[in-house]
Write a protein that binds this ligand. Structure first.
Ligand SMILES: C[S@@+](CC[C@H](N)C(=O)[O-])C[C@H]1O[C@@H](n2cnc3c(N)ncnc32)[C@H](O)[C@@H]1O
Length: 276
C-alpha cells in the first residue's frame, strides 16, 4: 500500500530542470486529482493501478518526453488545450502575440487569420476574448488541423473556422484586418533541435530552411494580398531574427514596424501595418 507523500518523496527526475513540478503534475494526473490535493491529503492511499500509471509516466519523462505530451494537455492563456506530438506545445512567450493582437484592434467585429495554428492556441485565445471577431485558423498538417478543431469544439468557440492550408493557399481572395503567426523559425542545423524537450516536437512545427527564415519570408511576401487597407501583420520569431523580420516587412511595404520584448528581454515579436 502506498500513500501520496511516499510516492512524492521517492520520485526522481534527475535531468528535468522542473523536476518537482513535473512529478506533482504527473502524480496528480495519475490519481485524477489536482496538484493542491497532493499537499492537502498527503496520507491518502494511492491504488496500485494509479501507482503503476505514475511509474510509467515517470519513465517516459526520464526518457525526455515533455510532460504536456505525456498528459496530452497544456494550459495556454486562459484555456486548457489538448496537445499531441503532431504539433508544437504552446509556449508562454506566445501569449505576448495574443496580448499584442488584443491591443491592436478595437473590440469591434473583425476578420483575423492565424497561420500555422497547431493546437489552435492563438486563434482560440483571441476568439475567447473577442466573441465578435471571426477567426480563421490554418495549418498544413492534417493532424494539427483535426486537433485544433477538437479544441475549438470542446471550447465551443463558434467564431473560429479551422482549415487545412499551406499558408494562404486555401484562402483565395480573402482579406483580413489582422494576420498573426507563430511559424517555424529554427534553422535546420540548430543544435537546440536535438536537445531537451524540443527533440520530441515535429520538425514541421520548428524548422524553416537553413537560416530559419524561409516561412517568415513567404508569409511576409504573401500577406499584403490578404490584408485589408490598414491591416496588421503580427509575427513571432527567434530571439535573434527581429532585425531580419523588420527589414522583410519594410521591403514589402509595411509601415509602423516595431519589435517587442518577451519576458526574457529578447525581441520576440515584430509587427507592421499596411497603409490605410
Ligand atoms: C511553431 S508551430 C506554432 C503552433 C501554434 N500556432 C502555437 O503558437 O503554439 C508552427 C505551426 O505551423 C505549421 N506549419 C508549418 N508549415 C506550414 C505551412 N506551410 N502552412 C501552414 N502551416 C504550417 C506547423 O504544422 C505548426 O503547427
Amino acid at each position: 500500500m502506498t500513500i501520496i507523500a511516499s510516492l512524492l518523496r521517492g520520485a526522481e527526475l534527475p535531468d528535468s530542470p522542473t523536476a518537482r513540478l513535473d512529478i506533482e503534475l504527473l502524480l496528480a494526473a495519475a490519481i485524477g486529482k489536482s496538484r493542491s490535493y497532493l499537499h492537502t491529503w498527503p496520507e491518502r492511499i494511492v491504488s496500485s493501478e494509479a501507482a503503476q500509471t505514475f511509474a510509467s509516466y515517470l519513465q517516459r519523462r526520464r526518457a525526455g518526453e515533455p510532460v504536456a505530451y505525456i498528459l496530452g494537455q497544456q494550459g495556454f492563456w486562459n484555456l486548457d488545450l489538448e496537445v499531441a506530438p503532431h504539433t508544437l506545445i504552446p509556449r508562454p512567450e506566445t501569449e505576448l502575440l495574443v496580448e499584442t493582437a488584443l491591443a491592436l484592434l478595437p473590440a469591434e467585429p473583425a476578420k483575423v487569420l492565424d497561420l500555422g495554428t497547431g493546437t489552435g492556441a492563438i486563434a482560440l485565445a483571441l476568439a475567447s476574448e473577442r466573441r465578435q471577431w471571426q477567426v480563421t485558423a490554418v495549418d498544413r498538417v492534417l493532424e494539427a488541423v483535426a486537433l485544433a478543431e477538437r479544441n475549438r469544439q470542446r471550447l465551443q468557440l463558434d467564431n473560429v473556422t479551422v482549415l487545412t492550408s499551406h499558408w494562404f493557399s486555401a484562402l483565395a481572395e480573402q482579406r483580413f484586418q489582422l494576420i498573426i503567426s507563430n511559424p517555424p523559425y529554427i534553422a535546420a542545423e540548430d543544435p537546440h533541435l536535438v536537445a531537451g524537450d524540443v527533440r520530441f516536437e515535429p520538425s514541421s512545427a520548428l524548422v524553416a530552411g537553413n537560416d530559419g527564415l524561409d516561412d517568415l519570408r513567404q508569409i511576409v511576401a504573401e500577406a499584403p494580398a490578404h490584408l485589408l487597407a490598414g491591416g496588421w501583420l503580427l509575427l513571432e520569431h527567434g530571439y535573434d531574427q527581429a532585425a531580419a523580420v523588420r527589414e522583410l516587412l519594410a521591403r514589402h511595404g509595411f509601415e509602423q514596424i516595431e519589435s517587442r520584448l518577451d519576458l526574457g528581454g529578447h525581441e520576440r515579436i515584430t509587427l507592421g501595418r499596411l497603409s490605410c
